[in-house]
Design a binder for this molecule. Structure first.
Ligand code: ARG
Length: 270
């Protein structure tokens, strides 16, 4: 078994009160397909309770009407050492979420930097030990990677995403702890795959079935990985590597292209 290295985490979440699929900004979204708001809320409540049961803290931001994707709090900011890099969305449909999240952080005493370049927060920018892994190709701009390094003061490694189904880094890669990740190689360019192999020779490799249920959109506290219950192969691989796993069903939110990690922004105070 892996030693227990989990620490209490502080997460920010947004109840999916106004969740809906009314536009299409990624291939998972079909505005003509039915969705069940009440089911989305109850699945989200289970996810929140899972974190509380693990001993983590969950802060809540008020959901705003007219912003159906605001439930995806990971896209609200990137927070490292108490420094907050706010976000700038690619799509107009989500633009008003950015000032709402920035305001929450200011109200809670954080120093917030408003970005000059498009970045969608922890959807594409993931702290991995002492470095940051940053995706680009669909949402977060390459220019924002330099801005991220400047503001958050950690080395940033650029990873090129190539499959529109895996449009955010957190749909294709999960940081498991300070030294390891799980990922789906075909979501990355050949050069980025080589970089990932070099950085993480012992990475857990997800298969196409795991990726297709957004299995990599998982949240790890270093010991327990909370991931979509449908990702059975990835779950078995994680267990074999010594991680504990908790499967959650967020199938309604997947209709918007999101999973557990998308709903969860880590607040790292200094
Ligand atoms: N519908 C949202 C979008 O396309 C889903 C965001 C998912 N969030 C994430 N961190 N991957 O922007």
């Amino acid at each position: 078994m892996r030693p227990s290295v989990s620490v209490m985490r502080r997460y920010l979440m947004c109840r999916p009160t106004h969740f809906a699929v009314t536009y299409r900004i990624n291939p998972w979204m079909d505005p003509t397909a039915p969705y069940d708001n009440a089911l989305a809320v109850s699945q989200w409540e289970t996810l929140r309770q899972t974190y509380l049961d693990l001993g983590h803290t969950v802060d809540l931001i008020d959901p705003l009407p007219g912003l159906p994707d605001m439930v995806f709090a990971a896209n609200g900011a990137t927070v490292v050492d108490g420094r907050v890099l706010a976000v700038q969305f690619r799509d107009a449909e989500r633009a008003d979420e950015a000032p709402a999240y920035a305001a929450w952080f200011r109200e809670h005493g954080f120093d917030v930097t408003v970005p000059k370049h498009t970045n969608e927060g922890e959807g594409d920018i993931l702290l991995a030990g002492d470095i940051m892994l940053a995706g680009t190709g669909f949402r977060t701009s390459h220019a924002s990677h330099a801005e991220t390094q400047e503001v958050l003061q950690r080395p940033v490694i650029t990873l090129q995403l190539v499959d529109p189904a895996y449009y955010h880094l957190d749909t294709a890669l999960c940081v498991l702890d300070d030294t390891n990740v799980a990922y789906f190689p075909p979501a990355f360019s050949p050069g980025s795959q080589a970089v990932l192999r070099q950085l993480y020779p012992h990475a857990i490799i997800a298969n196409a079935e795991d990726a297709a249920v957004l299995g990599l959109n998982a949240v790890s506290d270093g010991r327990t990985v909370v991931l979509p219950v449908q990702a059975t192969h990835l779950t078995a691989e994680l267990k074999a590597a010594g991680y504990q796993t908790i499967g959650v069903d967020v199938s309604e939110l997947r209709k918007a292209g999101g999973g557990p990690k998308c709903c969860t922004l880590e607040v790292r105070s200094s």
